[in-house]
Design a protein around this ligand. Structure first.
Ligand code: HEC
Length: 136
């Protein structure tokens, strides 16, 4: 055995160990505020009031996210908000907003919706919950 083969053998021995660790890794925490600042604020503004409030010309304008519930008769439309962020089923959507579901939004968690458990990626839930908290 020459000297270069020793590290290789050692590295191969570690593979199952690394795989085992990954399987037992705790679920990642998603910080909705941080996700918003990093992924959404550029278009929707740091406070969520939208591109018009920032004086940015964008067509269509990035919506004022603080008034989604107001525009929807006082109810926060969780499903449409999450599908807009995720990019799922956006018929008529002109692609102005990126589909974040194509990125890594983490493991699904189960949420109760009218007695039905629906799996939602943890990161999507975190950022949608942050947007919910912005409602005026
Ligand atoms: C590149 C610019 C851009 C980025 C980045 C962006 N958006 Fe948007 N967003 C838009 C535009 C433009 C619209 C409105 C038109 C449309 O639907 O395409 C919109 C619409 C929305 C809506 C629908 C609002 C309503 O009243 O129905 C939600 C919710 C939303 N964005 C949330 C987010 C969140 C959360 C993020 C970050 C994860 C984000 N957006 C990132 C441009 C952007």
């Amino acid at each position: 055995m020459n000297s270069t083969s020793i590290p290789l053998v050692a590295a191969l021995a570690l593979v199952p160990l690394i795989a085992a660790c990954a399987a037992f890794m705790p679920e990642r925490e998603f910080d909705g505020a941080q996700m918003f600042a990093q992924n959404c604020a550029a278009c929707h503004g740091a406070d969520g009031t939208g591109s018009r409030a920032m004086g940015i010309a964008m067509e269509p304008p990035a919506t004022d996210l603080t008034r989604i519930a107001t525009r929807n008769g006082g109810t926060f439309p969780w499903n449409s908000v999450m599908s807009t962020i995720d990019g799922f089923g956006q018929g008529g959507h002109n692609g102005a907003m990126p589909a974040f579901g194509d990125g890594d939004l983490g493991e699904p968690v189960l949420i109760e919706n009218n007695g039905v458990s629906t799996p939602v990626p943890a990161g999507l839930l975190a950022v949608a919950n942050y947007v919910y908290g912005l409602q005026k």
